[in-house]
Design a protein around this ligand. Structure first.
Ligand SMILES: *Cc1c(COP(=O)(O)O)cnc(C)c1O
Length: 348
């Protein structure tokens, strides 16, 4: 025996590479190519540094109130955390204690399996079909909870409310988490269903559509009981509320709807252009409801294209995983970055 036998053994989450240089095109982490709202910069510049002496508002009251008002909910139905990853890990802790396996698609956000492993939550990965579609009927079985990203990642495919409703109707006795990290880029939100289903919990992030990945802001919306359980999990596991600067910046972002809409429009227009141009080059690409596309070439290997682009200082995401190992996940960049990407692909 050795103490090493008891060390954690886990395949930890691997994020998109963050190369240690400046002059490259980074399309591998679904970051927004545009800066956050000027109001966010203003809020940070005018932040009263003297206030850092004090601990932040433990439950991020100002930010939670702003989010509740924005979405037409009550503050007791909103929970804010340090990025959706923080919020989701607390959700897994707070909601999935039945001992029964929780269900999620085999191709989805790869953090799900990591949280299950580290929290010892049993899980089953349900196969998506050959077009990467999630079949709602597959979730009609005994389980300890359901987690669906809608739109899903890395497939980029968004589904309608009938689909979400079917999953909820079949799973009234467990929490169903809908991860809406990408919903602002053309997905359909399940927020209207919160009134009908008290077991529905929706998560959102400021990292993608609000251009604030570096700030770490995410939130959950759900019934008062579910949100209370999240606070209980947080207050038992960590004492890291959202920091004071991030709370101020988050409130400012929520306050600038016009800039938000403009940025989304630009990203979506570039996405349509990139999709059309790459389809002309014989890439198979599902219609995307996100800020990335999931592309496969008819004849050329994804790994080879990935390596070639990298040699040209263009970083996209390649997953060496069964069923998706011939696809590339490409984040939508600026128009200029997209031109450079298309040029490199044509050369290849
Ligand atoms: C990016 C992402 C998240 C996490 O975002 P944070 O940066 O932690 O807020 C959660 N789910 C999916 C599907 C994502 O792509």
């Amino acid at each position: 025996m050795s103490y090493k036998d008891n060390l954690i053994k886990i395949d930890a989450y691997v994020a998109g590479e963050q190369p240690n240089k400046t002059d490259f095109i980074k399309l591998n982490a679904n970051e927004n190519p545009y800066p956050p709202s000027p109001k966010v910069m203003e809020a940070i510049h005018s932040f009263n540094c003297g206030a850092l002496r004090k601990y932040p508002s433990a439950n991020a009251v100002g930010l939670v109130n702003a989010l509740a008002e924005y979405h037409g909910l009550k503050p007791e139905n909103v929970f804010a955390g340090n990025g959706t990853d923080d919020v989701l890990s607390l959700c897994f802790r707070a909601f999935f204690n039945s001992g029964k396996p929780i269900l999620f698609p085999d191709i989805t956000y790869s953090f799900n399996t990591v949280w299950c492993e580290i929290l010892r939550i049993p899980y089953e990965q349900i196969k998506v079909d050959e077009n990467f579609n999630i079949n709602a009927k597959d979730y009609r079985r005994e389980n300890g909870g359901v987690v669906i990203a809608n739109p899903n990642a890395p497939t980029s495919i968004g589904r309608d409310l009938d689909f979400i409703r079917e999953i909820l109707d079949d799973n009234r006795d467990v929490v169903v988490i809908i991860d809406e990290a990408y919903v602002d880029f053309g997905g359909i939100t399940a927020i209207p269903l919160l009134k009908e289903y008290d077991n529905l919990v929706i998560t959102r992030t400021f990292s993608k559509s609000r251009s604030m990945a570096g700030m770490r802001l995410g939130y959950a919306m759900g019934s008062t009981d579910a949100i209370c359980a999240l606070y209980a999990a947080k207050d038992s596991m960590n004492s890291y509320p959202v920091d004071s600067v991030a709370q101020a910046a988050g409130i400012a972002s929520i306050g600038d709807e016009e800039y938000f809409r403009q940025t989304l429009k630009k990203v979506m227009a570039t996405r349509e252009r990139l999709t059309q141009e790459m389809r002309k080059m014989e890439f198979d690409i599902p219609d995307s409801s996100t800020n990335f596309i999931f592309a496969q070439h008819k004849t050329k290997s994804a790994r080879d294209i990935f390596e070639y682009l990298k040699s040209k200082d263009i970083y996209v995401r390649y997953f060496n995983k069964p069923r998706i190992d011939n696809r590339l996940r490409i984040t939508i960049g600026t128009d200029n970055e997209t031109d450079m990407l298309l040029k490199a692909l044509r050369e290849y």
